[in-house]
Design a protein around this ligand. Structure first.
Ligand code: ADP
Ligand code: MG
Length: 349
Protein backbone atom coordinates (compact mmCIF):
# COMPACT_ATOMS: atom_id res chain seq x y z
CA UNK A 1 0.00 0.00 0.00
CA UNK A 2 1.06 3.58 -0.57
CA UNK A 3 2.00 5.63 2.46
CA UNK A 4 0.77 8.82 0.87
CA UNK A 5 -0.88 9.58 -2.46
CA UNK A 6 -1.37 13.02 -3.99
CA UNK A 7 -3.80 12.93 -6.88
CA UNK A 8 -4.22 15.90 -9.25
CA UNK A 9 -3.53 18.39 -6.50
CA UNK A 10 -3.76 22.09 -7.41
CA UNK A 11 -3.19 24.97 -4.99
CA UNK A 12 -3.54 28.59 -6.11
CA UNK A 13 -2.41 31.81 -4.49
CA UNK A 14 -4.28 34.40 -6.55
CA UNK A 15 -3.02 34.00 -10.11
CA UNK A 16 -0.11 31.80 -9.09
CA UNK A 17 -0.41 28.02 -9.20
CA UNK A 18 1.88 26.94 -6.37
CA UNK A 19 0.88 23.33 -7.17
CA UNK A 20 -0.30 22.56 -10.67
CA UNK A 21 -2.05 19.20 -11.01
CA UNK A 22 0.50 17.29 -8.94
CA UNK A 23 0.16 13.51 -8.77
CA UNK A 24 2.64 11.53 -6.69
CA UNK A 25 2.65 8.14 -5.03
CA UNK A 26 4.84 7.81 -1.93
CA UNK A 27 5.38 4.09 -1.26
CA UNK A 28 5.01 2.82 2.28
CA UNK A 29 8.31 2.90 4.14
CA UNK A 30 10.18 4.75 1.42
CA UNK A 31 12.42 7.77 1.71
CA UNK A 32 11.10 10.14 -0.92
CA UNK A 33 12.73 13.47 -1.80
CA UNK A 34 10.94 16.46 -3.29
CA UNK A 35 13.72 18.27 -5.12
CA UNK A 36 13.32 21.64 -6.77
CA UNK A 37 14.48 25.24 -6.74
CA UNK A 38 13.22 27.80 -4.24
CA UNK A 39 9.59 28.72 -4.93
CA UNK A 40 8.81 25.55 -6.91
CA UNK A 41 6.02 24.44 -4.52
CA UNK A 42 7.78 21.85 -2.32
CA UNK A 43 6.72 23.32 1.02
CA UNK A 44 3.19 23.88 -0.27
CA UNK A 45 2.94 20.19 -1.13
CA UNK A 46 4.30 19.14 2.27
CA UNK A 47 1.89 21.48 4.05
CA UNK A 48 -1.00 20.16 1.98
CA UNK A 49 -0.17 16.63 3.13
CA UNK A 50 0.13 17.84 6.73
CA UNK A 51 -3.19 19.68 6.55
CA UNK A 52 -1.94 23.25 7.00
CA UNK A 53 -2.76 24.15 3.39
CA UNK A 54 -6.02 23.32 1.68
CA UNK A 55 -5.69 22.63 -2.06
CA UNK A 56 -8.58 23.77 -4.29
CA UNK A 57 -8.48 20.60 -6.36
CA UNK A 58 -7.36 17.03 -6.01
CA UNK A 59 -7.08 14.49 -3.24
CA UNK A 60 -4.56 13.46 -0.63
CA UNK A 61 -4.69 9.96 0.79
CA UNK A 62 -2.73 8.78 3.82
CA UNK A 63 -2.57 5.00 4.05
CA UNK A 64 -5.51 4.82 1.68
CA UNK A 65 -7.73 7.32 3.50
CA UNK A 66 -8.81 10.61 1.91
CA UNK A 67 -7.80 13.22 4.48
CA UNK A 68 -9.70 16.22 3.03
CA UNK A 69 -11.87 16.49 6.14
CA UNK A 70 -9.29 15.44 8.70
CA UNK A 71 -7.65 18.40 10.49
CA UNK A 72 -3.87 18.63 10.74
CA UNK A 73 -3.62 17.50 14.37
CA UNK A 74 -5.51 14.29 13.60
CA UNK A 75 -3.58 13.25 10.48
CA UNK A 76 -0.99 11.32 12.45
CA UNK A 77 1.99 13.06 10.94
CA UNK A 78 5.41 13.97 12.33
CA UNK A 79 7.10 17.10 11.04
CA UNK A 80 10.65 18.44 11.18
CA UNK A 81 11.57 21.92 9.95
CA UNK A 82 14.83 23.68 9.13
CA UNK A 83 14.56 25.95 12.19
CA UNK A 84 13.94 23.06 14.66
CA UNK A 85 10.94 24.86 16.26
CA UNK A 86 11.77 23.41 19.70
CA UNK A 87 10.17 24.90 22.81
CA UNK A 88 13.08 26.99 24.18
CA UNK A 89 11.98 27.00 27.84
CA UNK A 90 11.43 23.22 27.98
CA UNK A 91 14.02 20.52 28.57
CA UNK A 92 14.95 17.95 25.92
CA UNK A 93 12.84 15.43 27.84
CA UNK A 94 9.75 17.68 27.88
CA UNK A 95 10.20 18.70 24.26
CA UNK A 96 10.22 15.09 23.13
CA UNK A 97 7.39 14.10 25.49
CA UNK A 98 5.16 16.96 24.36
CA UNK A 99 3.10 15.00 21.82
CA UNK A 100 2.60 12.21 24.35
CA UNK A 101 1.32 14.45 27.14
CA UNK A 102 -1.11 16.09 24.68
CA UNK A 103 -2.41 12.60 23.96
CA UNK A 104 -2.80 11.83 27.64
CA UNK A 105 -0.06 9.19 27.86
CA UNK A 106 0.91 8.53 31.49
CA UNK A 107 4.15 10.03 32.86
CA UNK A 108 5.72 6.59 33.36
CA UNK A 109 4.94 5.43 29.83
CA UNK A 110 6.05 8.77 28.39
CA UNK A 111 9.38 8.55 30.23
CA UNK A 112 9.98 5.08 28.80
CA UNK A 113 9.08 6.18 25.24
CA UNK A 114 11.30 9.26 25.47
CA UNK A 115 14.13 7.05 26.70
CA UNK A 116 13.78 4.88 23.59
CA UNK A 117 13.72 7.95 21.36
CA UNK A 118 16.83 9.41 23.02
CA UNK A 119 18.53 6.11 22.36
CA UNK A 120 17.45 6.14 18.73
CA UNK A 121 18.81 9.64 18.09
CA UNK A 122 21.86 9.10 20.34
CA UNK A 123 21.13 11.83 22.89
CA UNK A 124 20.89 9.70 26.03
CA UNK A 125 22.14 11.68 29.02
CA UNK A 126 21.10 15.08 27.68
CA UNK A 127 17.44 14.88 28.73
CA UNK A 128 17.64 17.74 31.25
CA UNK A 129 19.33 20.22 28.90
CA UNK A 130 17.51 23.17 27.33
CA UNK A 131 17.65 23.59 23.52
CA UNK A 132 20.10 26.53 23.78
CA UNK A 133 22.57 24.21 25.54
CA UNK A 134 22.70 21.96 22.46
CA UNK A 135 24.52 22.19 19.12
CA UNK A 136 22.53 22.62 15.89
CA UNK A 137 22.86 18.93 15.05
CA UNK A 138 21.72 17.91 18.52
CA UNK A 139 18.73 20.25 18.36
CA UNK A 140 17.74 18.73 15.07
CA UNK A 141 17.91 15.26 16.61
CA UNK A 142 15.60 16.40 19.39
CA UNK A 143 13.19 17.68 16.74
CA UNK A 144 13.36 14.32 15.00
CA UNK A 145 12.74 12.43 18.25
CA UNK A 146 9.81 14.71 19.03
CA UNK A 147 8.33 14.05 15.59
CA UNK A 148 8.73 10.26 15.88
CA UNK A 149 7.70 9.73 19.51
CA UNK A 150 3.98 9.41 18.73
CA UNK A 151 4.68 6.77 16.05
CA UNK A 152 3.14 8.76 13.19
CA UNK A 153 2.21 7.21 9.85
CA UNK A 154 4.31 9.68 7.90
CA UNK A 155 7.37 11.81 8.61
CA UNK A 156 7.54 15.12 6.74
CA UNK A 157 10.88 16.92 6.68
CA UNK A 158 11.19 20.42 5.25
CA UNK A 159 14.86 21.19 4.52
CA UNK A 160 15.75 19.84 7.98
CA UNK A 161 19.51 20.02 7.47
CA UNK A 162 19.58 23.41 5.78
CA UNK A 163 21.00 25.25 8.79
CA UNK A 164 23.90 22.87 9.40
CA UNK A 165 27.41 23.24 8.03
CA UNK A 166 28.57 20.86 5.33
CA UNK A 167 30.33 18.20 7.38
CA UNK A 168 27.63 17.97 10.03
CA UNK A 169 25.05 17.94 7.31
CA UNK A 170 26.67 14.90 5.69
CA UNK A 171 26.84 13.10 9.05
CA UNK A 172 23.21 13.88 9.75
CA UNK A 173 22.18 12.66 6.27
CA UNK A 174 23.60 9.22 7.03
CA UNK A 175 22.07 9.19 10.48
CA UNK A 176 18.66 10.36 9.28
CA UNK A 177 18.57 7.58 6.72
CA UNK A 178 19.55 4.98 9.35
CA UNK A 179 16.83 6.18 11.71
CA UNK A 180 14.20 6.18 8.96
CA UNK A 181 15.17 2.60 8.04
CA UNK A 182 15.16 1.46 11.66
CA UNK A 183 11.71 2.92 12.27
CA UNK A 184 10.42 1.87 8.83
CA UNK A 185 8.40 5.05 8.43
CA UNK A 186 7.35 6.69 5.15
CA UNK A 187 9.47 9.83 4.92
CA UNK A 188 8.92 12.77 2.57
CA UNK A 189 11.89 15.04 2.49
CA UNK A 190 12.05 18.49 0.92
CA UNK A 191 15.39 19.77 -0.32
CA UNK A 192 16.83 22.05 -2.97
CA UNK A 193 20.18 20.25 -2.63
CA UNK A 194 20.66 17.73 -5.43
CA UNK A 195 23.47 15.85 -3.70
CA UNK A 196 21.36 15.44 -0.59
CA UNK A 197 18.44 14.10 -2.63
CA UNK A 198 20.74 11.60 -4.39
CA UNK A 199 22.35 10.42 -1.15
CA UNK A 200 19.22 9.96 0.92
CA UNK A 201 16.33 8.90 -1.21
CA UNK A 202 14.80 5.75 -2.60
CA UNK A 203 12.79 7.93 -4.95
CA UNK A 204 13.08 11.53 -6.10
CA UNK A 205 10.44 13.80 -7.62
CA UNK A 206 11.89 16.82 -9.41
CA UNK A 207 9.51 19.77 -9.06
CA UNK A 208 9.55 23.01 -11.03
CA UNK A 209 6.94 25.78 -11.14
CA UNK A 210 4.43 23.69 -9.20
CA UNK A 211 4.68 20.75 -11.59
CA UNK A 212 6.30 17.34 -11.32
CA UNK A 213 9.04 17.19 -13.95
CA UNK A 214 10.28 13.63 -13.35
CA UNK A 215 9.93 10.81 -10.82
CA UNK A 216 12.31 7.93 -10.28
CA UNK A 217 15.12 6.32 -8.35
CA UNK A 218 18.21 8.57 -8.02
CA UNK A 219 20.28 6.59 -10.56
CA UNK A 220 17.41 6.38 -13.03
CA UNK A 221 16.77 10.12 -13.05
CA UNK A 222 20.44 10.98 -13.08
CA UNK A 223 21.26 8.75 -16.06
CA UNK A 224 18.06 9.46 -18.00
CA UNK A 225 16.88 13.01 -17.36
CA UNK A 226 13.74 13.77 -19.39
CA UNK A 227 14.47 17.40 -20.15
CA UNK A 228 17.00 20.20 -19.90
CA UNK A 229 15.70 21.27 -16.51
CA UNK A 230 16.03 17.80 -14.97
CA UNK A 231 19.47 17.30 -16.54
CA UNK A 232 20.85 20.55 -15.22
CA UNK A 233 19.10 20.65 -11.85
CA UNK A 234 20.17 17.14 -10.87
CA UNK A 235 23.84 17.32 -11.80
CA UNK A 236 25.64 19.12 -14.58
CA UNK A 237 25.30 18.49 -18.32
CA UNK A 238 26.71 19.58 -21.66
CA UNK A 239 23.93 20.28 -24.15
CA UNK A 240 24.13 20.13 -27.93
CA UNK A 241 21.45 20.96 -30.47
CA UNK A 242 21.31 18.38 -33.23
CA UNK A 243 19.63 18.03 -36.61
CA UNK A 244 18.38 14.57 -37.57
CA UNK A 245 18.77 13.33 -41.13
CA UNK A 246 18.51 9.75 -42.37
CA UNK A 247 18.52 8.41 -38.83
CA UNK A 248 21.73 10.22 -37.94
CA UNK A 249 22.19 13.32 -35.85
CA UNK A 250 24.68 16.04 -36.51
CA UNK A 251 25.56 19.04 -34.43
CA UNK A 252 26.49 22.28 -36.08
CA UNK A 253 30.29 22.83 -36.08
CA UNK A 254 30.89 19.31 -34.68
CA UNK A 255 29.46 17.02 -37.33
CA UNK A 256 27.87 13.63 -36.62
CA UNK A 257 27.30 12.53 -33.01
CA UNK A 258 26.56 8.90 -32.24
CA UNK A 259 23.78 7.98 -29.83
CA UNK A 260 22.33 4.66 -28.72
CA UNK A 261 18.78 5.99 -28.71
CA UNK A 262 16.29 6.16 -31.53
CA UNK A 263 16.07 9.66 -33.00
CA UNK A 264 12.60 11.14 -33.11
CA UNK A 265 11.65 14.16 -35.20
CA UNK A 266 14.09 16.40 -36.98
CA UNK A 267 15.65 18.38 -34.13
CA UNK A 268 16.96 16.93 -30.91
CA UNK A 269 18.74 18.16 -27.83
CA UNK A 270 21.59 15.96 -26.65
CA UNK A 271 22.96 15.94 -23.13
CA UNK A 272 26.23 14.43 -21.91
CA UNK A 273 27.26 14.37 -18.24
CA UNK A 274 30.74 15.88 -17.60
CA UNK A 275 32.01 12.72 -15.85
CA UNK A 276 31.06 10.60 -18.86
CA UNK A 277 33.48 12.59 -21.03
CA UNK A 278 37.11 11.57 -21.18
CA UNK A 279 39.72 14.22 -21.72
CA UNK A 280 42.82 13.19 -23.69
CA UNK A 281 45.80 14.79 -25.35
CA UNK A 282 45.11 15.78 -28.94
CA UNK A 283 47.70 13.25 -30.15
CA UNK A 284 45.65 10.42 -28.58
CA UNK A 285 43.39 9.38 -31.44
CA UNK A 286 41.32 6.84 -29.51
CA UNK A 287 37.61 7.63 -29.76
CA UNK A 288 34.88 6.20 -27.54
CA UNK A 289 32.47 6.65 -30.43
CA UNK A 290 32.39 10.43 -30.20
CA UNK A 291 35.34 12.77 -30.37
CA UNK A 292 35.43 16.56 -30.21
CA UNK A 293 38.57 18.66 -30.26
CA UNK A 294 39.09 21.83 -28.30
CA UNK A 295 41.33 23.72 -25.95
CA UNK A 296 41.31 23.98 -22.17
CA UNK A 297 40.14 27.37 -20.92
CA UNK A 298 39.94 26.60 -17.21
CA UNK A 299 41.01 23.94 -14.77
CA UNK A 300 39.23 23.71 -11.42
CA UNK A 301 41.00 21.47 -8.91
CA UNK A 302 38.88 20.27 -5.98
CA UNK A 303 41.02 17.56 -4.39
CA UNK A 304 39.26 14.34 -5.38
CA UNK A 305 38.53 15.59 -8.88
CA UNK A 306 39.38 18.10 -11.56
CA UNK A 307 36.81 19.92 -13.67
CA UNK A 308 37.95 21.35 -17.00
CA UNK A 309 36.16 23.87 -19.13
CA UNK A 310 37.06 23.17 -22.74
CA UNK A 311 36.29 25.53 -25.60
CA UNK A 312 35.01 23.49 -28.58
CA UNK A 313 33.59 24.53 -31.96
CA UNK A 314 30.14 23.98 -30.39
CA UNK A 315 30.87 26.18 -27.38
CA UNK A 316 32.28 25.49 -23.91
CA UNK A 317 31.94 22.00 -22.41
CA UNK A 318 32.58 20.77 -18.88
CA UNK A 319 34.48 17.58 -18.26
CA UNK A 320 35.11 16.00 -14.91
CA UNK A 321 37.98 13.66 -14.13
CA UNK A 322 38.72 11.70 -10.99
CA UNK A 323 42.06 12.69 -9.53
CA UNK A 324 43.55 9.22 -9.97
CA UNK A 325 47.07 10.55 -10.46
CA UNK A 326 46.89 11.05 -14.24
CA UNK A 327 48.60 14.00 -15.80
CA UNK A 328 46.59 17.19 -15.59
CA UNK A 329 46.00 19.39 -18.59
CA UNK A 330 47.04 23.01 -18.66
CA UNK A 331 45.13 26.09 -19.67
CA UNK A 332 45.23 26.61 -23.46
CA UNK A 333 46.39 23.04 -24.04
CA UNK A 334 44.86 21.41 -27.14
CA UNK A 335 42.81 18.38 -26.12
CA UNK A 336 40.17 15.96 -27.34
CA UNK A 337 36.98 15.02 -25.53
CA UNK A 338 35.61 11.54 -26.17
CA UNK A 339 32.48 9.77 -24.97
CA UNK A 340 30.38 6.73 -25.65
CA UNK A 341 27.14 6.74 -27.67
CA UNK A 342 25.49 5.17 -24.60
CA UNK A 343 26.14 8.38 -22.71
CA UNK A 344 24.59 10.66 -25.28
CA UNK A 345 21.16 11.20 -23.78
CA UNK A 346 18.25 12.66 -25.74
CA UNK A 347 16.33 15.20 -23.68
CA UNK A 348 13.33 17.46 -24.25
CA UNK A 349 14.03 21.16 -24.36
P1 ADP B 1 9.40 26.02 -2.08
O1 ADP B 1 9.15 25.35 -0.77
O2 ADP B 1 9.65 25.05 -3.20
O3 ADP B 1 10.49 27.04 -2.00
P2 ADP B 1 6.76 27.14 -1.70
O4 ADP B 1 5.86 25.97 -1.70
O5 ADP B 1 7.09 27.75 -0.39
O6 ADP B 1 8.09 26.82 -2.52
O7 ADP B 1 6.11 28.29 -2.59
C1 ADP B 1 5.62 28.05 -3.90
C2 ADP B 1 5.09 29.36 -4.47
O8 ADP B 1 3.91 29.74 -3.75
C3 ADP B 1 6.05 30.52 -4.34
O9 ADP B 1 5.94 31.32 -5.49
C4 ADP B 1 5.57 31.24 -3.11
O10 ADP B 1 5.89 32.61 -3.17
C5 ADP B 1 4.06 31.02 -3.17
N1 ADP B 1 3.44 30.99 -1.84
C6 ADP B 1 3.69 30.10 -0.87
N2 ADP B 1 2.92 30.32 0.23
C7 ADP B 1 2.17 31.41 -0.08
C8 ADP B 1 1.17 32.15 0.63
N3 ADP B 1 0.79 31.80 1.86
N4 ADP B 1 0.61 33.20 0.00
C9 ADP B 1 0.97 33.54 -1.26
N5 ADP B 1 1.90 32.89 -1.97
C10 ADP B 1 2.50 31.83 -1.42
MG1 MG C 1 10.17 25.56 1.05
Amino acid sequence: MSGVVARNVTKRYGELKALDNVSLDFPNGSFFALLGPSGSGKTTLLRSIAGFVEPEEGEILIEGVDVAHIPAHRRDIGMVFQNYALFPHMTVMDNIAFGLSVRGVSKTDARKRVGEMLDLVRLTGLEQRKPRQLSGGQQQRVALARALVTEPKVLLLDEPLGALDKRLRQEMQIELKQIQRAVGITAIFVTHDQEEALTLSDQIAIINDGQVVQIGAPGEIYENPVNRFAASFLGDANFMEGLVENGRVSVEALGPIVTSSALPGSRVTLAVRPEKMRLTALSDTASDGNRVEGSVTQRVFSGTSVTYIVETPAGPMHTFQQNAGDRMFDAEEAVAITWSPDHTVLVED
